[in-house]
Design a protein around this ligand. Structure first.
Ligand SMILES: [Mg+2]
Length: 414
């Protein structure tokens, strides 16, 4: 089998409402890039990457001289061709490599008639549990629905998600409002869904002292972990000395150098593995092996996903013996998907691991065309900007919080 072509298609898929985070907002839609690798035997492998637009299309187009004619089963060879560690100092292609790895694994699975999980060692579980991933949300610009800003709105949203999807673990994305408001929100959700477990993630915008204070205020909650309360391994180590729950990260342990530093001088208890940030499913598996050796927890991180990336997260989750916690996914905030059959479904808070050959998902060509058109119409959005606070930027540690009494509706195109 030889690679004959690679194609990248940016798509825009609407969200139920704009998602707010510490650095800005997802403005009511996700922009993703769908990657297709064609081969001389007629099989097509699927990959996916965050963001999109001309730069992503150009990045994949620019790799054609490296890719065309290669055997997609030589993934390790491709890793050194595309993202070897020293060349990456000048040209970081880790996320591009991830999308190519997904597509190559998809091709191998299709060629051999086995799901990707079987290439990776075989499923240990048939379903992967997910956390609810609660966001503060702006009202939808078109109809004003979906807002999550107050304690009452957040509790109602958590209860709605639990009823709709069956989640028993709940993650609140914070770092938007002052810690006092977010503490009231987190505690109210924990009280309303007593018996479930909870996790909080302010995206590293607090001082170590703020993080210690917050961690001490939630010590009685059934916390899975406290995620990235500060930015930096040394800050995390300081916080870890003063709080009682495990700390987790998807920001300061995202490669093997950082993982080894954390193993030698531990600052973080739980490593959140992202199939894109780490450069593919296989590097996540290697990292999970290191974590197993050092008895660190692992979970599956979400950097935003459509069905192809979600499939990579499911195959990863299926084969990790040390998957200690429910995975994260933004997926339930989306209104649609680009895969045949529409969005994957949750049952009792979990999604079934695909069992068809390869990643086990197929592109819906009509949906791909529809959401590519939407991308062309709307373009990208600035992830690190808040549509209602033009020019605003957070500090680290931050003190420029959003106002929880501000009920305005952002006027963004959708
Ligand atoms: Mg995080």
């Amino acid at each position: 089998m030889r690679i004959t072509d690679i194609r990248a298609t940016p798509v825009t898929v609407p969200l139920e409402a704009p998602l707010r985070h510490a650095n800005g907002s997802h403005w009511g839609r996700f922009v993703r890039t769908i990657v297709e690798i064609e081969t001389d035997c007629g099989l097509v492998g699927l990959g996916e990457m965050g963001g999109g637009g001309e730069s992503a299309v150009a990045a994949f187009e620019g790799l054609k001289p490296l890719l065309l004619g290669r055997d997609p089963s030589r993934i390790e060879e491709l890793r050194f061709a595309i993202s070897n560690p020293t060349a990456s100092l000048y040209n970081n292609r880790t996320q591009v490599m991830a999308a190519i790895e997904f597509a190559c694994l998809d091709l191998l699975g299709k060629k051999w008639g086995v799901p990707v999980s079987e290439i990776l060692g075989g499923r240990l579980r048939d379903r992967v549990a997910f956390a609810s991933y609660l966001f503060f949300r702006y009202p939808h610009p078109k109809d004003g629905t979906g807002e999550v800003r107050t304690v009452e709105q957040l509790v109602a949203e958590a209860e709605r998600l639990k009823a709709a999807y069956g989640f028993t673990s709940h993650k609140l994305k914070g770092g938007v409002f002052a810690p006092e408001h977010e503490l009231a929100c987190y505690r109210a959700v924990a009280e309303a869904l007593d018996g479930d477990s909870f996790r909080f993630d302010p995206n590293g915008v607090w001082s170590a002292e703020q993080a210690m204070w917050f961690g001490q205020q939630i010590a009685d909650v059934r916390n899975d972990y406290f995620e990235d309360p500060v930015f930096g391994l040394h800050g995390m180590r300081r916080v870890r000395e003063k709080v009682s729950m495990p700390l987790a990260t998807n920001t300061v342990v995202v490669n093997f150098e950082q993982l080894s530093a954390n193993a030698l001088c531990t600052a973080v208890d739980v490593i959140l593995l992202d199939t894109t940030f780490w450069g593919g499913i296989r590097p996540c598996l290697k990292a999970a092996g290191v974590c197993e050796t050092f008895q660190l927890g692992v979970a599956v991180h979400s950097s935003g996903e459509l069905g192809i990336q979600l499939a990579t997260m499911l195959h990863l989750g299926a084969v990790l013996p040390n998957l200690s916690f429910a995975a994260d996914a933004h997926y339930h905030h989306l209104t649609d998907d680009v895969i045949v059959g529409g969005k994957m479904t949750y049952e009792d808070g979990a999604i079934a691991v695909p069992t068809a050959p390869g990643l086990g998902v197929e592109l819906d060509r009509d949906k791909l065309a529809e959401y590519h058109e939407l991308y062309l119409r709307l373009g990208t959005y600035p992830y690190d900007q808040d549509p209602l606070r033009p020019g605003w930027t957070p500090l680290i540690p931050n003190d420029r919080w959003a106002d929880p009494d501000d009920a305005r509706v952002p006027n963004v195109p959708l």
